[in-house]
Design a protein around this ligand. Sequence first.
Ligand code: NAG
Ligand code: CA
Length: 219
Amino acid sequence: MAKLIVGALLLSVLTGGVAQLDMKGKAFIFPQESATAYVSLIPQVKKSLQNFTLCLKAFTDLTRPYSLFSYNTKTRDNEILLFVEKVGEYMFYVGNSGVIFKAPLNPYAPIHICVSWESASGIAELWLNGKPLGRKGLKKGYTVGGEAKIIIGQEQDSFGGRFDIKQSFVGDIWEVAMWDHVVPLKMMDDGCRSGNLINWQSLIFEDNGYVVTKPKLWD
Ligand SMILES: *[C@@H]1O[C@H](CO)[C@@H](O)[C@H](O)[C@H]1NC(C)=O
Ligand SMILES: [Ca+2]
């Protein structure tokens, strides 16, 4: 009985709207264009990063620019940002510098996107749907700050705010995972849920505005 109660407590709200949940099989839906709907993801460990890997799955039919993942620190905008400029053009920012990866056009299909970055070489590698889109270099020698606001659904132009409705995400996002090291993306076919910074199966988050959680529609 005691164990059951502790389990139930862990699954419920922790503090101030922050929840920790196993999101396996579920997705966040951002059902309407807005400048107010977003999910704030809280990492399992707060630390600065010399290397990282980030994966997520998403579906949208937007053709305008939108943000997939926005990580800002107090002092730097776009510390980590995954942004779609237009259909098939993925912008990846570290320390407010960006590189672009161009994908074969396949609009209106769900995507599985993974990106890694290594400070020592500055090499960023981006994979889409299990296929590499190449490697580019940025911010060699840089360290990503650890005191961050991590937001999906909106693009931050300040620390946790200044959203632009015209960069908001409309659609589904699921299986977000983040690691504090470079994970070989070749192996990322299905192991996309248990990052040591963001773990979809033990997700610490706070949703704001019109965000709905439902069973995922796609693998
Ligand atoms: C980052 O990766 C490099 C290898 O590219 C490694 O030498 C270094 O120790 C890593 N840094 C951290 C903080 O894990
Ligand atoms: Ca920004």
